[in-house]
Design a protein around this ligand. Structure first.
Ligand code: NAP
Length: 437
């Protein structure tokens, strides 16, 4: 490294982090990037968020692998900001620190009963079925008759679909083994996807919604009276038009068609979660709504829907980091187009909130890289070598990209049938494989 090398630490090895690293190192400027993650595994939401039966979306990780093959980009796993190293220390070591920490916390529903057992936010629930180490022991009780999934976005669709699919339908997925055992022996008969607004306001994308009408064991039902007058279809375009085709087809289905039913219900606003003995959720109180000028307005008419499991899929917030200004309203770091303060930037969901697809992070990464290269000049900071020294001093067990490939190989080796891998969710086991023991 020379005094003209710009040293960058990116915190978070998800799509936003990798696209930023790629963009920073693609030009003429001499830049060295360390992508630091608290987990021993790279790729963030690709591994722990994207649904286990959507393997084709996960293929984008090959592009991040290519980025990782470069000498000027390094993955440093199992190193946790706050636990192992402070932000101040990183800022002393690197010219630039970029936060790409995503939005890992569930947005609260803000209604009574949210703390009842059996109310599990989508971040935790998706983490559980995707083998995220933080949620491997979640153990949701699926010996229930009905489940309420709150929200009309793609995460709600993912959660409902994963609960509804049979073991055979999931055979070529990387669903966590612990989740497969529970889901495929569950007693669930009715799954409800609940939207507080109407079908025209739903955030589902057409492909994802359409998949719900192709399930082996589960019929998706829509109440025709909740759909707009068919004459309106002519005036629609894009996703809304395609979604309406799926919803109208679902309205033709009959409950007796398949053993499990998935009900998509609109105009239902959660008012409270209802508990019973031992503080377990047993239902959800909903208020009927109407939509005026896009806004949902309560009618005062309410009902209780029985549900032994409630999964709010209503968005996420970033986790605050000590000494980083945080906007609690939007759950993002305070920033001006990605700049938090001199030498400190943010990118992806922790900058703009939890919206868009994986690909949305690419222009984000390109944009923040250009801004960094424009605004920061190398100051001869120790960078990579300085971090290695600190890691040695503290006897930290970091996981390199080569180490991760050993973990990945172990997961692939353990896979059965058509499954691409059998994911490991235990941190100690991963670190031990990385160490070669
Ligand atoms: P989302 O698309 O923003 O949907 C959130 C849903 O929650 C909306 O229907 C919203 O309703 C509802 N909601 C918010 N607060 C609520 C409340 N207090 N009570 C009831 N409902 C409430 O978010 P997401 O589903 O978490 O997805 C996040 C992003 O990841 C999205 O951009 C999504 O497309 C993407 N994603 C993509 C895929 C894929 O491409 N396969 C898969 C998963 C996620 P209102 O509209 O009324 O606010």
């Amino acid at each position: 490294m020379t005094n003209t090398t710009l040293s960058v630490a990116i915190i978070g090895a998800g799509p936003a982090g990798y696209y930023t690293a790629e963009a920073l190192t693609s030009g003429d400027q001499d830049v060295r990037v360390d992508i630091i993650d608290r987990l021993p595994t790279p790729f963030g939401l690709i591994r722990a968020g994207v649904a286990p039966d959507h393997q084709s979306i996960k293929n984008v990780s090959r592009r991040y692998e290519a980025t990782n093959q470069r000498d000027d980009v390094r993955f440093v796993g199992n190193l946790s900001l706050g636990r192992d190293i402070t932000l101040g220390e990183l800022q002393d070591l690197y010219d630039v620190v970029v936060l790409a920490t995503g939005a890992a916390r569930d947005r609260p529903l803000g209604v009574e009963g949210e703390d009842l057992t059996g109310v599990i936010g989508s971040g935790a629930f998706v983490g559980w079925y995707n083998s995220h180490p933080d949620f491997k022991d979640l153990a949701p009780d699926l010996r229930v008759a009905s489940v309420a999934v709150i929200g009309n976005g793609n995460v709600a669709v993912d959660v409902a679909r994963i609960l509804a699919k049979t073991a055979e339908e999931m055979s070529s997925s990387d669903l966590a083994d612990h989740a497969a055992r529970e889901i495929h022996s569950s007693t669930i008969k009715d799954i409800y996807i609940l939207g507080r607004r109407g079908p025209l306001e739903a955030a589902f994308t057409p492909k994802e919604l359409g998949e719900l009408n192709k399930l082996e064991n589960c019929v998706t039902l829509v109440d025709r009276s909740q759909l707009p007058d068919p004459a309106i279809d002519e005036t629609l375009s894009g996703a809304a038009k395609k979604n309406m085709v799926s919803l109208r087809a679902m309205a033709e289905n009959r409950p007796e068609d398949k053993p499990v039913r998935l009900h998509i219900q609109f105009y239902r606003r959660p008012m409270a979660l209802v508990g019973e003995i031992e503080e377990c959720v047993c239902g959800i109180r909903l208020e009927e709504t109407i939509v005026e000028d896009g806004k949902c307005i309560g009618t005062g008419k309410s009902m209780v829907l029985p549900a032994g499991l409630v999964v709010p899929c209503i968005g996420y917030r970033s986790s605050p980091i000590e000494d980083v200004p945080y906007n609690a309203r939007y759950g993002v770091f305070e920033n001006a187009e990605g700049l938090i303060s001199k030498g400190l930037y943010c990118v992806g969901w922790c900058r703009r909130g939890p919206t868009g697809t994986i690909g949305t992070n690419k222009p984000d990464g390109v944009g923040i890289a250009a801004k960094i290269l424009d605004e920061v000049k190398p100051a001869g900071k120790p960078g990579r070598e300085g971090l290695d020294e600190l890691v040695n001093e503290r006897s930290l067990k970091i996981v390199t990209f080569q180490d991760w490939k050993k973990i990945e190989a172990a997961e692939v080796d353990a896979a059965e049938g058509d499954a691409p891998r059998s994911k490991i969710s235990d941190l100690a086991e991963m670190v031990s494989i990385a160490e070669g023991s």
